[in-house]
Design a protein around this ligand. Sequence first.
Ligand code: SAH
Length: 346
Amino acid sequence: MKTQKKDIRALSKQELRDFFISRGEKAFRGNQVYEWLWSKGIHTFEDMTNLSKEMRAHLEAEFVINHIEVDSLQKSQDGTVKNAVKLHDGLVVESVLIPTKSRTTACVSSQVGCSLDCKFCATARLKRMRNLNPDEIYDQVVAIDRESRLYHDRPLSNIVFMGMGEPLMNYKNVLASIDKITQDEGLGMSPKRITLSTSGVPKMIKKLADDEVKFHLAVSLHSAIQETREQIMPFAKNFTLDDLRESLEYWYEKTKRRITYEYVVWKGINDQQHDIDALVQFCKYVPCKVNLIEYNPIDDGDFQQAADSCVDHYIKALEHNRIPVTVRRSRGKDIDAACGQLANKQ
Ligand code: SAH
């Protein structure tokens, strides 16, 4: 039976150095290969031109470079670009480039499908097929950076983990990808320009704080009433608001970085005064801001965006309590690239 070649990008720099030492070569060869793989982003061993032909053939015999391919690219009227990204095993995820006047943001996926079951999200219907590897997340960012330079004449400025999947259910790989994105040998981006969005997995939020991460945290709250949250995000039965609150207090205690709560206001679900009161109360536990997201319909009509007047009530109540609030308009709706619409329709 043919032995399977190893994915070379699963090796750390030290492991690459050790590989060369074990072959009687100089350790710095490992650094050279690492640089080719990450900061130079090459796809074949052939391209590693500072290695001898023989050495390249050795690598080729033992390893593969599993790179992604941007399979199809859709452009929205508002400048948003959606990539369907084909992985080495044929599965597909989506990532999105979102340009505004002052920044270009990459919205990247962390899983194929999703581990969680939010009723309002198209990705949840795909179920989770597998976690993405660090290099598969990194490659999405590289692809979007290229597109940003090509279509908007500027490099990527921000990254949000708000594509397909629950990043905290793929903790190790997501953090490894962020390491690569922020290292000088990778993309050298500041962690302050990265936001990880989670549905709220308390244990892992505490772990983020313990691991002293330097990026921002956003939590998809959508309701501060346990019963309501369970209805729309059934996993919340196991990850209760009390536990979430405790983990966020822990996060703030350790990082001193405020949280962003993402929140959609739906007709008949969370559009009453007691919903607003509960959110205001929840916002008092930890320094935060609220991002009111416009709902992007996903076909079956169970969920409908509440009237503007309801959203205004939320804004007034939050402002009255000195809680910063912003309203996020949808981008790329015409190509199903907006929040919660990523479902490999193609
Ligand atoms: N699993 C992570 C990240 C992916 S979802 C999380 O839940 O945070 C990114 C954001 O889009 C979340 O805030 C999510 O609640 C929101 N979202 C999901 N479906 C949506 C929809 N149909 N319309 C608007 N926002 C949606």
